[in-house]
Design a protein around this ligand. Structure first.
Ligand code: ITT
Length: 193
């Protein structure tokens, strides 16, 4: 049996990406696995705030080693938007298709298409809190391309590649993604301490 670690997220796509990134000595538990069904309100102004809110909510309820991921897309021509509002850019309920449509319409005619995906992972155990950051730079495409992944993956083309994240396999996205970078930092830390 490995060390149990709870991932404080209700996003199964994130879970699918993170599972293969954890070394074998960790047993990854989802919120469903621990029967945690509370809605966690993301009221923070930064990725750090929201990652900590999610990790704290689960840690306070379970006292188990846990981590959360708060992430989003920052677009230069839109002054960093949608940023922390990435999931709800086009309003409630969360609709990835509408978010992409709104983003592309706000980017119409823009020459500067630079953007980045950012992930902040917050790790909680005992009374301690640790943060790990991952960033991947890229461009917003003119049209959505590809069917894999989730969220803004069809309109994000990472630097050095001709494919969007949604045209890549999960394995290929996981070699270069913001999430992989943050999770690798966290696992390196967990194996060290
Ligand atoms: P949890 O809070 O339950 O983890 P969530 O989907 O609400 O799930 P966030 O609050 O961190 O997660 O919002 C992240 C949003 O940013 C997500 O809904 C996507 O729109 C976007 N996003 C983050 N990482 C992404 C990725 O790897 N590919 C595409 N879009 C991503």
């Amino acid at each position: 049996m490995g060390t149990k670690i709870v991932f404080a997220s209700s996003n199964n796509h994130k879970l699918d990406e993170i599972r293969p990134l954890l070394p074998a000595q960790f047993e990854l538990l989802s919120l469903a696995d621990i029967n945690f069904a509370d809605e966690i309100e993301e009221t923070g102004k930064t990725f750090e705030d929201n990652a900590e809110l999610k990790a704290n909510a689960v840690f306070n309820a379970t006292k188990q080693l846990c981590f959360a991921d708060d992430s989003g897309l920052e677009v230069d021509a839109l002054e960093g938007k949608p940023g922390v509002k990435s999931a709800r850019y086009a309003g409630e309920p969360v609709d990835h298709q509408k978010n992409i449509e709104l983003l592309l319409s706000n980017m119409k005619g823009r020459k500067n298409r630079k953007a980045r995906f950012k992930t902040i992972v917050c790790l909680r155990f005992d009374s301690k809190t640790f943060f790990f950051e991952g960033v991947v730079n890229g461009l917003i495409t003119e049209e959505p391309r590809g069917l894999n992944g989730f969220g803004y993956d069809p309109v994000f083309m990472p630097d050095g590649f001709q494919q969007t994240f949604a045209e890549m396999s999960l394995e290929d996205k996981n070699k270069i993604s913001h999430r992989k970078m943050a999770i690798t930092k966290m696992t390196g830390f967990l194996l060290y301490i």
